[in-house]
Design a protein around this ligand. Sequence first.
Ligand code: ADP
Length: 273
Amino acid sequence: VDAIASQVGVALIQSQSFTDLETLNQQLEGLERTRSNLIAITGHELRTPLSTIQVCLESLANEPDMPDELQQVMLSTALSDAERMRKLIQDFLTLSRLESGRVNSNPEPLALQECIDLALSRVRTHPTETRSPTIAVELPTDLPLVKADGEWLVEVLAKLLDNARKFTPAEGQITLAAEPLTEQMLEVSVTDTGRGIEADRLETVFDRFYQEEGALRRTTGGTGLGLAICRQIVQNLGGEIRATSPGKDLGSTFYFTLPIALGAPSKVTKRRR
Ligand code: ADP
């Protein structure tokens, strides 16, 4: 959080947008409020699983006669909340490294199809899942190469795919597509036929820790940081990301843009899964 704050502070001081000291002061006060909010939200998000772990371990320590079955429940609850804390810390560190520019990035000409294949191989199947939505990849044969860091691009694709799977019923459909927008940029889309997003949430979904289920009813195992990370990666890659949805239960599409690798030959790809 400190790293983000100092980064934004430096950007503010360097910018020409303030006319006098008073304006600068107001901007710094706003920044300080954002920083305090972030610390409060992060603390809250970490305290919730930690409290659960503490209650479970205390019960196990104080009730030696606890039935075996209940002991197992306590242990698996504590373990899954410890895993949740690990994911939260990992995602939060990734986000703060991305926001402060402290990440390695190696942009090179890449075939989108290869990145999609890698992302598909990473998308997790939930242990209890027997069926999952069909995934179709529809790329034009003459799609130009993109200029991007492969690891970060695969990370964005995998997160969007993972979300599409989480929020789409097994009989649904996920489609990955891409098309050139201009001579310099192309647009990638991940469309699902899942639960959709209401119009007033299309921007909020990118906020840190936003989850429609709310902190106490999380069932999907996510951290609420995935889309904030995606937005930051896409911005670092020189593009923009947005969400659209016709409404609740009508599916959604996440679009993001990427720079085209100018001067590189295009790669012929067309595939369906
Ligand atoms: P997480 O997936 O870990 O909860 P994200 O930042 O990736 O966090 O997503 C934030 C929230 O945005 C999700 O909890 C969900 O409410 C909403 N969301 C994301 N992707 C989709 C989608 N494909 N369809 C419907 N809602 C979505």
